[in-house]
Design a protein around this ligand. Structure first.
Ligand SMILES: C[S@@+](CC[C@H](N)C(=O)[O-])C[C@H]1O[C@@H](n2cnc3c(N)ncnc32)[C@H](O)[C@@H]1O
Length: 234
């Protein structure tokens, strides 16, 4: 265990905006007490909730929170020492509309109730090239089915990626499922930003460490926004 990780875990345990529930409970299918309670218990308001799944250091989550104070944001990742950075920054800047949740995205529907989440960002997710069935790629049709359980009616999912493979495989799944596309671009910085509303443009112009790296390598950045119907309650 790296020393660098240990003190970050210790600091995470002290931060009010960090939630690190017992993973074994999630494995056993226990529904988290915050499920259906995020507005009341965590944010203390009824502003719309956005998730960033696989948030890494939480750079996207924090910048979205800075730019949209009237919305709430939850960064989710299995690596707590990574999102320690985002949680710390949010605390230092007194951003009260940001939280971080440590869990596996496979269990995410145990944390959010039907209709509780208005938007999901999947930013630079691992492409998982060997995952033919889509059981690991968090943008796959299988994962979208999970997200539909708590996505609000009219809620959307935004996928931003440098990976041609992830883009192609995910798109194939969405077309097969018949999910409506609100946006689709295989080159975000090739004119697409000029065609979209300023709100989405501002959100897409946020660049994480990973994205900067891919851009320096000359990679195209892909983006899709889909609007899968939420699944009915029950
Ligand atoms: C390539 S990084 C991208 C980080 C960030 N979104 C960015 O753009 O900088 C992928 C992140 O997803 C997380 N991740 C991958 N699969 C996951 C899963 N099944 N559950 C939770 N986190 C996961 C990893 O721990 C990692 O931090």
């Amino acid at each position: 265990m790296g020393k660098g990780k240990l003190w970050k875990w210790e600091e995470n345990a002290e931060m009010k905006n960090v939630f690190e529930p017992d993973l074994q409970e999630a494995v056993r299918g226990v529904q988290h007490p915050h499920k259906g309670q995020w507005h009341k218990e965590v944010f203390g308001n009824d502003h719309p909730i956005t998730l960033e799944l696989g948030c890494g250091k939480g750079e996207y989550t924090v910048e979205l929170a800075r730019q949209w104070p009237q919305r709430n944001f939850v960064g989710v990742d299995i690596k707590g020492h990574r999102f320690w950075r985002g949680a710390k920054t949010a605390n230092q800047e007194s951003l009260s509309n940001v939280a971080f949740l440590r869990t596996r995205i496979e269990f995410i529907d145990q944390f959010f109730a039907a209709g509780e989440v208005e938007r999901i960002w999947l930013t630079f997710s691992d492409p998982q090239p060997k995952d033919e069935k889509g059981t690991k790629r968090i943008t796959s049709g299988k994962f979208i089915e999970r997200y539909r359980k708590f996505l609000a009616p009219e809620g959307t999912i935004r996928i931003k990626s440098d990976s041609k493979l992830l883009y192609a495989l995910s798109k194939e799944d969405y077309i097969e499922a018949g999910y409506p596309f609100l946006h689709d671009s295989d080159d975000v910085y090739g004119g697409f930003l000029d065609e979209i509303d300023p709100d989405l443009r501002a959100a897409l112009e946020i660049k994480t460490f990973y994205e900067q790296r891919w851009l320096e390598e000359g990679k195209n950045i892909h983006f899709m926004e889909i609007q899968p119907p939420s699944t009915p309650k029950g």
